[in-house]
Write a protein that binds this ligand. Structure first.
Ligand code: G
Ligand code: G
Ligand code: NA
Ligand code: MN
Length: 254
């Protein structure tokens, strides 16, 4: 209850920040980044989204919080359209199931895009499989409408959920994200390697871009690249960082 009150205040006082982690194509090009939320708490220091996102969902705070994240994302993308080094980059935001199913989400998205003048294709929404378990039909319908606007969708943590391959083919996705657990064990475990390879092949066959997360070493990156993986994200290329640092990195990339 204490934490809830503090989270409420944090939203008001803007103690939440979005950090950005680079996403890199196989040819070494910087494609963009994933926005990851951070709460800098005055006494407790940094609190992970793994702790406060569930709380935000239980208390309904996820709505203003998610709206704020989307608005920040669009504001940055809008500013980037003026800069040749930044204009081609995409930004991915994580959305929870509750945010997506929130009444009026499509309208909110349209409004944010119109207001910021950002091309919708620059914006990517990351969903986890659990986000798609409830109201699957309604969520697929909404995703299709958002895709029609030009937005991209990535399925996060792929391989860890209860993913039904039957509806994977029905989801209007543009990207699959290999969960970092498979990447971590890639070099030591033949099974993890086999799973990564299978995900890459399946994604490729479905016409999806496949990105691996949690890439920490060159050896992991090279093995994934050899298996046909299209893109990479992880400490090997950069940790989640404040947006100003990400912009500086992008300007000096290559
Ligand atoms: O960055 P990392 O520990 O710090 O993220 C932990 C988890 O929190 C990840 O599963 C990530 O997808 C989720 N997460 C990070 N930022 C956001 C956000 O802005 N919204 C939602 N819904 N989840 C987020
Ligand atoms: O659930 P989601 O996949 O969005 O969360 C990604 C999480 O992984 C974040 O907590 C992020 O900080 C973390 N992360 C990003 N890159 C790496 C990495 O290379 N290694 C490890 N161990 N964690 C990472
Ligand atoms: Na994510
Ligand atoms: Mn993930």
């Amino acid at each position: 209850a204490l934490l809830e009150a503090e989270l409420r205040r944090a939203v008001d006082l803007q103690q939440l920040e979005l950090h950005c982690q680079p996403q890199v194509a196989r040819d070494g090009r910087l494609m963009g980044g994933e926005l990851l939320m951070r709460w800098r708490h005055a006494e407790r220091g940094f609190i992970s989204p793994a702790q406060f996102i569930p709380l935000a969902e239980q208390t309904g705070l996820i709505a203003p919080l998610g709206e704020w994240a989307l608005q920040q994302c669009c504001a940055w993308l809008s500013r980037w359209t003026e800069d040749p080094a930044l204009a081609p980059l995409t930004l991915a935001v994580n959305l929870s199931a509750l945010q997506l199913r929130q009444k009026g989400f499509l309208g909110l998205m349209q409004q944010q895009l119109a207001r910021s003048g950002v091309p919708a294709g620059r914006l990517k929404i990351e969903l986890t499989e659990s986000a798609l378990l409830e109201d699957t039909e309604a969520v697929i319908g909404l995703m299709a409408q958002l895709r029609a606007l030009g937005l991209q969708f990535s399925l996060d943590d792929f391989g860890t959920g209860y993913s039904s391959l039957a509806y994977l083919k029905r989801l209007p996705l543009t990207q699959l994200k290999i969960d970092q657990s498979f990447v971590r064990d890639l070099l030591e475990e033949p099974n993890a390697r086999a799973i990564a390879r299978a995900i890459i092949q399946m994604g490729d066959s479905l016409g999806l871009e496949v990105i691996a997360e949690g890439v920490e070493t060159r050896a992991q990156r090279d093995l994934l690249a050899e298996q046909g993986c299209h893109a990479f994200q992880g400490w090997f290329y950069g940790r989640p960082m404040p947006i100003a640092d990400f912009e500086a990195l992008a300007r000096t990339w290559s």
